[in-house]
Design a binder for this molecule. Sequence first.
Ligand code: NAD
Ligand code: KPL
Length: 305
Amino acid sequence: MSSTWHILGAGSLGTLWACRLARAGKAVRLILRDAARLQAYQQAGGLTLVEQEQPRHYAIPAETAEAGGPIHRVLVACKAYDAAPAIARLAPRLADGATIVLLQNGLGSQDEVAEQVPLARCIFASSTEGAFREGDFQVRFAGQGFTWLGDPANPAVPDWFGDLQDAGIPSEWTVDILTRLWRKLALNCAINPLTVLHDCQNGGLLGHLGEVEALSVELAGLLQRCGQPEAAIDLAEDVQRVILATAANYSSMYQDVRAGRRTEVHYLLGHACRAAARHGMALPQLEHLHQRLVDNLRARGLPSA
Ligand code: NAD
Ligand code: KPL
């Protein structure tokens, strides 16, 4: 079986993963959005990753989804709303039993992908690493973190997992990946929308702790009802811990809104509200928060789903 890492999306996390795998001697190929992006990439001559103020260039081969050749393993490093359409374009090239590693934050996009490619193995990831784009095909590694990976349908560790250790990607295989994803989703729901609505850094929420606490209580109830009791343990305390630990930071949703970029709300707060509705749960704080966020995004001319 081919050991090539196809990496779909040369944005922040895609670049971070591609460069580390390539410098560890792994075969890596980028899949870019279209012919125009491919041409721009070829003009740039590769990716640049900046780590500890040191830029380093990586001439990683690239192609579009329409290039020929089977794909045995692909890391999907686009935003949650782009994942399913991207895999639909790639589906004709996926080999039987191909592995798709999904780096998307939130929940819902993983199932959208899995439904399209029932013969592929879909591995979900939850990452606390931080990276951002400084320019075209140039990314800065901004924060050490960790990535958990797991397959809700199959606990067996994939045979390529050692590639991640070889590449120095701090990571671990977990059989509880859904617990991790739900916990992160709950933290993001309790913090990110409020930073947009109150126009503040995460630490600004220390002035709105009543609102944060009420949301945390509803989210913990939702996690229990969704069969994720472990993800609910001490949620309210953890939300406050994260607010304090990241007080000077702007949440990812705040940064997206400020930059006029589409947010992943549909796979965060939207997913939580849809799950509550499916279970017939009334969560007034969460629903009100969702409505306020949708109104706020619409007023800015940004997609609200
Ligand atoms: P990004 O916007 O920086 O990069 C996404 C890239 O995917 C873009 O270059 C885009 O052009 C490309 N893309 C979209 N559709 C494509 C297609 N069909 N074919 C090829 N390329 C396509 O996004 P990011 O910040 O790397 O985030 C990716 C995911 O990881 C998100 O769900 C995000 O929430 C999550 N995440 C990001 C970070 C971070 O620090 N950046 C940390 C943790 C989790
Ligand atoms: O993950 C985050 C984000 O900004 O997306 C934190 C820092 C946890 C805030 O929810």
